[in-house]
Design a protein around this ligand. Structure first.
Ligand SMILES: [Zn+2]
Length: 248
């Protein structure tokens, strides 16, 4: 526990700074706000993109990891300010909504009785130690609230936890990423029975889609806890992420 106070203090200090001190825009560096009005407008105009190849199921991203969205995601993950969580949650909510509407058009609105369960990739233990924070979780919670206001039945389900430490994925190739995350997630034993009983459809949520290795690992972990033991449980509707890299 001796490791926690330093990064936690740094995060609190950064949040305080975000409130009391004007910051430069993470995208265009204009002084005044963490995300200036012009860049915010660009962010809001980005439309969801669909990818069928990387994850093994439908994956919808709020946009490409480039331009304003790329700068905002990178800035937020680097600790640029809590104020970026809300605009990013709107991007994620748009991706989830796209997935839900696409699914309804295929299966019909009454195919599922329960709310859509958003299962977020948990912060790795290492990330928790160095950041003292669940940065994706905050975005997911805001997205859930936004979707509910629009009448889309969603709730967050904490059905995944780290099973072991993983290396930082940055700089790793596709094969190394797959090996790095293999077996790294699990459904917590205490909620397995709850997850098994749920008839609600599941949407897996992450911040960035790169090779799809993490999302495939999440599907594997959920399948392992599935009573029917199939590789792709029918109740997984797809994956929703804030942004996806191009060209993989
Ligand atoms: Zn700007």
């Amino acid at each position: 526990m001796s490791r926690l106070p330093i990064p936690f203090s740094r995060q609190v200090a950064a949040d305080l700074l975000d409130v009391v001190a004007p910051r430069d825009c993470v995208s265009c560096a204009a002084p005044g706000r963490t995300l200036c009005a012009q860049c915010l407008a660009v962010l809001r105009s980005s439309g969801p993109v669909l990818d069928h190849r990387r994850v093994g199921c439908a994956a919808v991203a709020g946009g490409w990891l480039e331009g304003v969205l790329g700068a905002t995601v990178r800035g937020y993950k680097a600790g640029a300010g809590r104020g970026l969580a809300r605009p990013l949650s709107q991007v994620l909510a748009a991706a989830v909504e796209h997935l839900v509407r696409g699914e309804k058009s295929i299966t019909g609105a009454t195919a599922h009785s329960g709310a859509y369960r958003l299962v977020a990739i948990p912060p790795s233990l290492r990330a928790r130690w160095t950041r003292g924070d669940d940065v994706l979780g905050r975005v997911v919670d805001l997205a859930v609230a936004a979707l509910r206001r629009r009448g889309i039945p969603v709730e967050r389900a904490r059905w995944l936890e780290p099973a072991r430490l993983v290396r930082d994925q940055r700089g790793l190739g596709a094969r190394s990423r797959r090996l790095n995350v293999e077996g790294s997630l699990r459904v917590p034993p205490g909620i397995r029975s709850c997850a098994r009983r749920s008839l609600g459809p599941v949407i897996i949520v992450d911040d960035v889609l790169t090779t799809g290795a993490t999302l495939r690992e999440a599907i594997r972990a959920l399948a392992e806890a599935d009573p029917e033991g199939s590789d792709t449980p029918g109740r997984i509707v797809g994956a929703a992420v804030i942004a996806a890299t191009r060209g993989l």
